[in-house]
Ligand binder design. Structure first.
Ligand code: GDP
Ligand code: MN
Length: 379
């Protein structure tokens, strides 16, 4: 689960990370009022679940409250990476002498949280990682012992020369690590962590991604979910108990089981297509799930063909067939559909589909090839 910058900052403030104050506005007038309270220059920042807001024009320095209002009216409603900005954070501007990057990610390979820090922070950290990886220090943490003081100091020295700044940075590493662990993060990031001309080390941006599997243990964090800021298809899918991830291709996939879903996407790619999504309707038989899955997939204008790939074990293929019939009666399809099903109650399923004008096969390769070809034809 993604949370907003202002929410991540709140979590980190509680751990003691030095962060300028801030308040959230949903209208230009509110932004002006907040700017008035703080006085001086403020930063107006788009609150969306996307990086690169600065480059997209979603972060602006306003010298007066009326300018804050003007920028807020431009940023509110703006699209950043397909997401509409509905809130801005208004925060007093800091003076910047240098910008560093500090992040912790949960690394699957080492099964550990790994610190990644760089003195070359700011908006081009991806570029730094690609072209000058030596400017990034990676440090895995053994969760049995946590971040040790000597490790925090080492990270601090990688960012700053001046011992006063190193000490401040080391403390912030500990606080970030504590926030990462307590909130159940898979990622926590401060970029930029700046040094001011006066020598203070301050966090000006914060990003946290919460591991969905941790949400049951952290109801306070789960409550931070902002559905209005999420992709509508992902919200619908979650509410329908489907595992769904939107992708950029044009072959809409409806599959049962995560493994088969991955194999299906691989095969789509193998035959030269691009999957529009990952979707797992799960193991249980429930025609309703199929109806919901089709609703979500057909709402995506990129989808040019739909591919069902069902291996009936616990899932009864006749239930899936009934789901397809019901769903397409409710909302007639505008794109071609290719159905592959095999396993439990296969004969019954095939009969249901045939009676309702669908053709289906039990051969996975054949079905995938056909779906890819149909999507190509329509493109
Ligand atoms: P991002 O582009 O989505 O990561 O948004 P950031 O919050 O990191 O802002 C992008 C850039 O805006 C930062 O790297 C800074 O250069 C600049 N910026 C953000 N806050 C301030 C501030 O308080 N003062 C100044 N001078 N620049 C800021
Ligand atoms: Mn940033």
């Amino acid at each position: 689960m993604n949370i907003h910058e202002y929410q991540a900052k709140e979590i980190l403030r509680r751990e003691g990370v030095p962060i300028p104050p801030g308040d959230v506005a949903t209208t230009p007038q509110e932004a002006e009022n907040i700017a008035k309270q703080y006085g001086g220059t403020v930063v107006v920042k788009a609150q969306v679940h996307a990086g690169g807001r600065g480059k997209a024009g979603g972060v602006k320095l306003a010298k007066s409250p009326s300018e804050a209002r003007e920028f807020a009216s431009k940023i509110l409603g703006m699209q950043i990476k397909g997401l509409t900005v509905q809130k801005v954070l208004v925060t007093p501007a800091a003076d910047i002498a240098s910008e560093a990057y500090v992040g912790i990610i949960l690394d699957r390979a080492s099964k550990k949280p790994v610190f990644m820090v760089s003195p070359a922070g700011g908006i081009d950290i991806e570029e730094v990682a690609a072209t000058t990886p030596e400017k990034i220090l990676k440090l895995p943490i053994d969760t049995r012992y946590g971040l040790q003081p000597f490790q925090a100091t080492r990270l601090g020295f990688f960012l700053f020369d001046d011992i006063k700044k190193v000490r401040q940075a080391a403390k912030i590493m500990q606080q970030l690590y504590a926030g990462f662990m307590k909130a159940g993060c898979s990622l926590a990031e401060i970029n930029p962590l700046v040094a001011t001309p006066a020598g203070d080390v301050v966090a000006l941006d914060a990003k946290m991604v919460i591991d969905d599997n941790e949400l049951d243990r952290h109801p306070d964090i789960a409550a931070l979910r902002d559905e209005s800021a999420e992709a509508p298809s992902e919200v619908q899918a979650r509410n329908a108990n489907l595992t769904f991830i939107k992708l950029d291709g044009d072959v809409g996939c409806v599959v049962n089981g995560a493994g088969l879903a991955m194999a299906t996407m691989d095969l789509v790619k193998y035959y030269g297509g691009e999957p529009a999504n990952f979707l797992d309707i799960g193991g249980s038989s429930n025609p309703e799930k199929v109806v919901n899955a089709l609703k979500i997939i057909t709402a995506d204008p990129n989808v040019k063909a739909i591919l069902f790939n069902i291996f009936g074990g616990i899932t009864r293929t006749d239930d899936v067939a009934n789901g397809i019939v019901t769903a397409t009666k409710q909302n007639p399809l505008k794109v071609p559909i290719v159905i592959r099903l095999t396993g439990t109650n296969e004969e019954i399923a095939m009969k249901i589909l045939q009676e309702n004008g669908f053709s289906a096969s039990s051969d996975m390769d054949e079905a995938v090839k056909k779906a890819v070809a149909l999507a190509k034809e329509a493109a």
